[in-house]
Design a protein around this ligand. Structure first.
Ligand code: 6R9
Length: 663
């Protein structure tokens, strides 16, 4: 495990506690209610989950079985029930007479505000679903969505759900190669994209990246590319394959009967980085997933009809699936959707938008908070205190650990010391929150995600699966299945089983892939970071192997090793150690080559994967058996003194060279 005891000590020494002052509109008004729910989930596991399944969703055919574990770890939830996710997100609110409620307030990069009601959104989703059907897309077909953060992106996802097609959203910042890999692995029949997206005042082409992906070949399953025209930029269209979306929508009816699917039907596959190989397609269900997306909106965010909810995550990530596309809509809430970036036109954009739209629940990533702290320190005008943030009542963070200083700033400067901060720990694989405070109940400690939600049997174990004592670090596991958990890895059930239910732990616990420790007094969980070769850069997951493969694909690179190093803003930064096929360049030439490699990685994976540091060496530190000594590289990346045993190192001289060669 990568964590060190000093780290554990410093976080466990955090003793500040913030007792909730929020008035409870929530179903969990205090700790006693929370504890009663936890006890119910243990005493009557099936009854507890069945109750939540019934309370949160409308079923076309009610389920009679709750959990089926006969083929563990391929668990089935609500298996004989029939439902439709888009019906639950749209129709049921309209049928209940709430069609005039604003579903989405969308703000573009340049500040244009568009509102849609639930009735309008339903009509648009139906038209989109009818377009898909007219192109022959059927239940269970896979559709790739490569769209900006927009109403159109959400409509595309909901339309797939309506006809029972499984969507796979690819983040708009990913490269042609990333799209290509996903199209092939998913066997997609259709791609929905836009000509371009506008972020930070710049127009970035999307369709041309799709063209490049399809030109890589082997994508024979793709019959059409649907193009949403968002800018004046336009794009090239391949006759017969590419279709302009808007004229097709205009021809379609605003009614579309939802396709009733069984609860286990795959709603979506979302690719995420693992420690080895190519990204894996995390497959989620319809019933269990949507139940938890809905329930966690109520528990973690206390969502009500009066709220304006804003989750800043992109629909290309799991947070944008659960807390933009599905959770808020399933709850019939009003939410804000933003296409731009937090620093354009300046770093007060978030605060201005909260003020403008009277946002009451704001959910963002620690990286964004840290970069806005920096900006506010440098320029008074973009400081949150300059704006009226009195509408806020609950704050949230997600994606990476939040350091106590950033937590305190968020609490004081944004939340006016009045709003509880929900530090929500979860993963693409968990579908929704698993360890998080509850706004009216849980006393908060800066930097801790506090306690598991009712029904989530989170624990910390050692490498053999035995529980460790509080105060001791170990592996974070979840001991019992829960409805919104990953069902399998698309096309690769073996990888699912080996990766998440490893034999070493007896094959019975879900292994999260994070190290954690519980506080001895409060029993609060503290996440210590990934235990595998997955980096977390600005809250985005990236496999070191993926970046290494991208680097070695460059004609000048012989070998590469990638590690993370702590970074003030992005949490973790990428540091690449590179061995060239030719002599190491010096001075300007070294900088030029390093920049070329950064551009290369950007092109291969996407801009988020660009290494911050690049160090050229004649070789990499290896053991006599040829293994790269990553622990050593981590110390070098941090400019730390090397305390590890280097006696097994075959080529010790290499260390000095790698230390001094940063570009
Ligand atoms: C939702 C999401 C999952 C990984 C996870 C962990 C880190 C997420 C966190 C957190 C500390 C939190 N992580 N939330 N670490 N505190 N509140 O981010 O999913 O992209 O799959 O990343 O992110 O390391 O394992 P995903």
């Amino acid at each position: 495990m990568s964590q060190n005891p000093q780290n554990i000590q410093s976080v466990l020494n955090e003793t500040r506690s913030f007792v909730p002052s929020l008035k409870a509109t929530s179903s969990v008004p205090d700790m006693a209610t929370y504890e009663a729910l936890c006890a119910e989930a243990v005493r009557d596991e099936q009854g507890f989950w069945a109750r939540l399944g019934r309370e949160n969703l409308d079923w076309h055919k009610p389920f009679t079985q709750t959990l089926d574990e006969s083929n563990a770890p391929f668990y089935r939830w609500y298996g004989d029930g029939l439902l439709n996710a888009s019906y639950n997100c749209l129709d049921r609110h309209v049928l209940a007479g709430r069609g005039d409620v604003t579903a989405i307030i969308s703000e573009s990069d340049s500040g244009v505000v568009t509102r849609v009601t639930y009735a309008e959104l339903l009509a648009r989703v139906c038209q989109m679903a009818n377009v898909l059907k007219s192109l022959g897309v059927q239940k269970s077909d896979r559709v790739i969505i490569y769209m900006p953060m927009s109403i159109e992106g959400i409509v595309a996802m909901q339309a797939c759900a309506r006809i029972g097609a499984t969507h796979s959203v690819v983040f708009g910042g990913f490269s042609a190669k990333a799209i290509h890999e996903r199209v092939i692995d998913a066997g997609a029949v259709l791609i929905i994209t836009a000509d371009a997206q506008t972020r930070g005042g710049k127009q970035l082409g999307l369709k041309l990246v799709v063209d490049e992906a399809l030109a890589l070949g082997g994508c024979d399953t793709v019959r059409h590319v649907l193009v949403n025209q968002r800018t004046e930029q336009g794009c090239d269209m391949v006759v017969g394959r590419d279709l302009a979306l808007e004229p097709l929508l205009a021809q379609q009816s605003t009614d579309c009967v939802p396709e009733w699917v069984d609860a286990e039907h795959p709603l979506f596959v979302l690719y995420t980085s693992g420690s080895t190989g190519t990204p894996k397609g995390v497959q989620h269900s319809t019933g269990g997933y949507l139940m938890w997306a809905t329930q966690t909106m109520k528990w973690s965010f206390d969502i009500t009809a009066q709220d304006v909810f804003w989750c800043t995550a992109d629909i290309g990530w799991i947070t944008g699936h659960t807390y933009v596309c599905y959770g808020p809509l399933s709850c019939g809430a009003t939410q804000l959707v933003f296409e731009g970036i937090p620093t354009y036109p300046d770093a007060s954009r978030f605060w201005q938008m909260i003020e403008r739209h009277r946002c009451s629940i704001f959910y963002t990533a620690p990286t964004a908070i840290r970069s806005l702290i920096k900006a506010a320190d440098m320029d008074e005008q973009v400081h949150p205190k300059k704006y009226d943030l009195s509408s806020l009542r609950i704050l949230g963070t997600v994606g990476e650990p939040i350091n106590p200083e950033a937590w305190m700033w968020y609490h004081k400067q944004v939340g006016g010391e009045r709003c509880p901060i929900m530090d929500t720990f979860w993963q693409t694989e968990t579908g929704g929150h698993v360890i998080t405070p509850l706004p009216a109940a849980t006393p908060l400690t800066p930097g801790s995600c506090t306690l598991p939600l009712p029904g989530i049997q989170a624990a910390i174990v050692d490498e053999t699966g035995e529980d460790v004592e509080n105060g001791q670090g170990g592996l974070l596991v979840i001991k019992r299945p829960w409805p919104s958990m990953i069902r399998t890895i698309w096309n690769n059930p073996e990888r699912f089983k080996a990766g998440y239910y490893p034999e070493e732990l007896g094959g019975r616990y879900y292994l999260a892939g994070d190290g954690a420790v519980r506080h001895s007094d409060t029993t609060y969980f503290q996440i210590m970071g990934r235990i595998d070769d997955v980096l977390n850069v600005s809250g985005h997951r990236l496999g070191t192997m993926e970046i290494e493969s991208a680097l070695v694909a460059h004609p000048m690179v012989a070998e590469a090793a990638v590690v993370g190093k702590p970074d003030e803003v992005s949490g973790e930064a990428i540091c690449a150690f590179v061995v060239l096929k030719s002599a190491i360049p010096e001075g300007e030439a070294a900088v030029k080559l390093a920049n070329e490699l950064r551009e290369w990685v950007k092109h291969e994976i996407g801009p988020i994967a660009k290494p911050k540091d690049i160090r050229f060496g004649d070789n990499l530190p290896k053991t006599r058996s040829g293994k790269i000594m990553r622990r050593l590289l981590r110390s070098i990346a941090k400019d730390e003194a090397i305390t590890q045993d280097t006696s097994t190192l075959e080529n010790p001289a290499i260390l000095d060279q790698l230390r001094t060669s940063v570009v």
